[in-house]
Design a protein around this ligand. Structure first.
Ligand SMILES: NC(=O)c1ccc[n+]([C@@H]2O[C@H](COP(=O)([O-])OP(=O)(O)OC[C@H]3O[C@@H](n4cnc5c(N)ncnc54)[C@H](O)[C@@H]3O)[C@@H](O)[C@H]2O)c1
Length: 255
């Protein structure tokens, strides 16, 4: 196979969660440009419908489904609708995520649960519901969006709940990769550093300005820079890679 063919996703059907904006939108567009049809699953209907339109303008099939990924019944419904509409599900990108900042001693259990529900439990729910279809198909690729916060402790912002959830996503990824390799399902994670989405822009200037000197490359990542890594992990170009964590952080975790 020619090298450029390794990245061709024509005929593949994908779900990207949290794709109404930010990194999810970038990944949805990148997968569509590589040839895949894309279901957008998000709670933000207005923005999600616009991303689906953008993808249709690229000549691919796309539709938006309103889905809170932390609600099991909504994920079940979303999975069934995608299967009905596309006939199969080849790729699942678990990207939806939220963050908040509290010192550990002040963090209320309700807030701990809110973050863990969306950032960790929801990733498992989506993997399980879509994974059952991938097992039947004996084919599938899952990419979970963790964070460098699952590997190192960020500074100066306190976020014990987020860091713990993102570390959990890495072990969830490795566990599923080993359980489901026999079904021809690959499961990998991406661990981004600071990328210039709304999530990160909100942290300027309180925390953001303190981050730049900690990044060897001396800059925040451009959200578009996740396009290459996601197409790589969702394509034949990464056919012998499973249970891996692709760190894209401008070198932050090296120091
Ligand atoms: N931006 C960064 O620097 C960075 C770094 C590391 C990891 N990440 C991770 O990347 C992912 C995307 O981050 P982003 O910066 O694009 O964030 P963002 O806030 O710009 O976008 C998040 C998207 O997820 C959706 N969402 C939130 N809760 C949801 C729910 N319960 N169900 C369905 N959709 C929901 C939102 O509506 C939004 O469209 C997150 O998992 C985040 O933790 C981001």
């Amino acid at each position: 196979m020619e090298t450029k063919e390794l990245f061709n996703l024509e005929g593949e059907k994908a779900i990207v969660t949290g794709a109404s904006q930010g990194l999810g939108r970038e990944m949805a567009i990148a997968l569509a440009e590589a040839g895949a049809d894309i279901a957008i699953a998000d709670i933000n209907e207005e923005k999600g419908e616009k991303v689906a339109e953008e993808i249709k303008n690229l000549g691919r099939k796309s539709f938006f489904i309103k889905c809170d990924v932390s609600k099991e019944d909504e994920v079940e419904n979303m999975t069934n609708k995608v299967k009905e509409n596309f006939g199969k599900i080849d790729i699942l990108v678990n990207n939806a995520g939220i963050v908040s900042n509290y010192p550990a001693e002040q963090l209320e259990l309700k807030e701990w649960n809110r973050i863990l529900d969306v950032d960790l439990m929801a990733v498992f729910i989506c993997c399980q519901k879509v994974g059952k279809i991938m097992i039947e198909q004996r084919k599938g690729i899952i990419v979970n969006i963790s964070s460098m916060s699952g590997i190192i402790v960020n500074t100066p912002q306190p976020q014990v709940h987020y860091n713990t959830a993102k570390a959990g996503v890495i072990m969830l990824t490795k566990s599923l990769a080993t359980e489901w390799a026999k079904y021809n399902i690959r499961v990998n994670a991406i661990a981004p550093g600071y990328m210039g989405t709304d999530m990160v822009q909100r942290a300027f200037p309180k925390y953001g300005e303190k981050w730049i000197p900690l990044i060897p490359m001396g800059r925040i990542g451009n959200p578009e820079e996740i396009r290459g890594p996601i197409v790589f992990l969702c394509s034949k170009a990464s056919s012998y890679i499973t249970g891996s964590v692709l760190v894209m952080d401008g070198g932050y975790t090296c120091w």
